[in-house]
Structures are given as structure tokens and as C-alpha cells.
Design a protein around this ligand. Structure first.
Ligand SMILES: [Zn+2]
Length: 210
């Protein structure tokens, strides 16, 4: 095998790339390799049936799949998880149920990130407070309810010039219930790390809802 290595590449870069490749897993749906962080682990439960292992903490053989509709549907159709896990083919394995469980997990994660933001007082709630935050400081992300009006949306999008991510999620009533309020159309997330995690989680939810 002939492999050309650019002479300008520093040894440290080579090492980093090798480490990345070694830790990658193959999605049983689309067969593409990804970091385990971008995949969900699947295991065989005690009953021999395919089960989600969202925290990737269970022992034994595992299969990995992108938390995306197309990958889960391909996995179920080809019985790729059963093959990888070396268990009996499940004719009744339900892609819809797996997708629903993945969505539930992601929604719970969004909820817990919003609660953490609230407890650590790194958020602004409602149009007035969000507008004030956008004027005062760098806001990493604003969550905009899906049923928010155009005024609320354009308020959040104004901030996107300064690097604010606009994340569409939930309804005004659902966001309100998280914070024991009536309806909430806008939530500014002021902590960079929480904002980044929220963005990834909400993007994944969107991939499941396609
Ligand atoms: Zn995939």
C-alpha cells in the first residue's frame, strides 16, 4: 500500500489523527464512522432483545447508530443491530419506538439543561429580559419557542450578528411550564458550555423529527 505523508506535517498532528480514528465507531445504519459522542449505543438486553444504552454504560457487545431517522430505519430494515449483537433477528423491532425513545431522551436532556441554566442564574426569560441581555452582553444562544411570533424571532435573530445561536424548540406553554410561568417565547442562555450542549441536543432532536 502506498501512502504519501506530507513532509510538513508535525508528528503531534499524526498522533492526534490516529487517536481520533482509533476511537471511532461505525454506524450500523449508514456504515459511516463517527466519534462515539455522535452515536447512540445499542445492546442486547437480558431478554436478548435490542435495547438502547444511551449512557453507553452497559457491558457486553454493543452496536452504534447515529441518532437520526434514516440511520435507525436502515438499521431496523436490515436487522443490522441484531447481526452485530449476534442475537436472533427481531421481526417486530420497531423503528418508530426506537426513534420515540431517542426523542424522549433528548427532550429530557434539553429540559435538564434549561433547569441548570435557571438554577445557576445564567439565563434571561421573556422578550424584555432577553432584549436587555442582548444589548448588555455576548449571548451564546437564545431558545425561541416554535410558536413564538415574528417579533420574538426577529429579536433573537438580531443577536445572531454577534454570534448568538437561535434555537427553535418547544412551544411557549412548554417553555413556560419549565420555569413555572405562563407562556415563555424567548430564553437567553448565557453560559457558553450549556449553550453549546443545548445546540447539539436540539439539532439532534431536529434530525429525529425530519
Ligand atoms: Zn448513520
Amino acid at each position: 500500500m502506498h501512502m504519501a505523508t506530507p513532509s510538513t506535517r508535525r508528528p503531534t498532528q499524526v498522533t492526534e489523527e490516529r487517536e481520533t480514528r482509533a476511537s471511532e465507531r461505525s454506524c450500523v445504519g449508514c456504515r459511516r464512522a463517527s466519534s462515539p459522542h455522535d452515536l447512540v449505543r445499542i445492546v442486547a438486553g437480558a431478554d436478548g432483545r435490542v435495547a438502547l444504552d444511551p449512557k453507553a454504560s452497559r457491558g457486553g457487545r454493543g452496536a452504534w447508530v447515529h441518532p437520526a431517522r434514516a440511520c435507525v430505519e436502515a438499521m431496523v430494515k436490515r436487522h443490522a443491530a441484531e447481526r452485530t449483537l449476534k442475537v436472533d433477528v427481531q421481526r417486530d423491532l420497531d423503528a418508530g419506538a426506537i426513534l420515540a425513545a431517542l426523542r424522549d431522551g433528548l427532550r429530557r436532556k434539553v429540559l435538564s439543561l434549561l433547569v441548570v441554566s435557571s438554577r445557576t442564574r445564567t439565563m434571561a426569560l421573556g422578550a424584555e429580559a432577553v432584549a436587555a441581555s442582548l444589548e448588555r452582553e455576548r449571548v451564546p444562544a437564545v431558545v425561541v419557542a416554535r410558536d413564538a411570533g415574528s417579533v420574538a424571532l426577529s429579536l433573537a435573530e438580531e443577536g445572531s450578528d454577534g454570534g448568538t445561536r437561535v434555537l427553535r424548540h418547544a412551544t411557549k406553554a412548554e417553555l413556560g411550564s419549565v420555569f413555572h410561568r405562563g407562556e415563555v417565547a424567548l430564553v437567553a442562555i448565557l453560559d457558553t458550555r450549556i449553550a453549546a450542549e443545548l445546540a447539539v441536543t436540539i439539532d439532534r432532536l431536529a434530525a429525529l423529527e425530519d
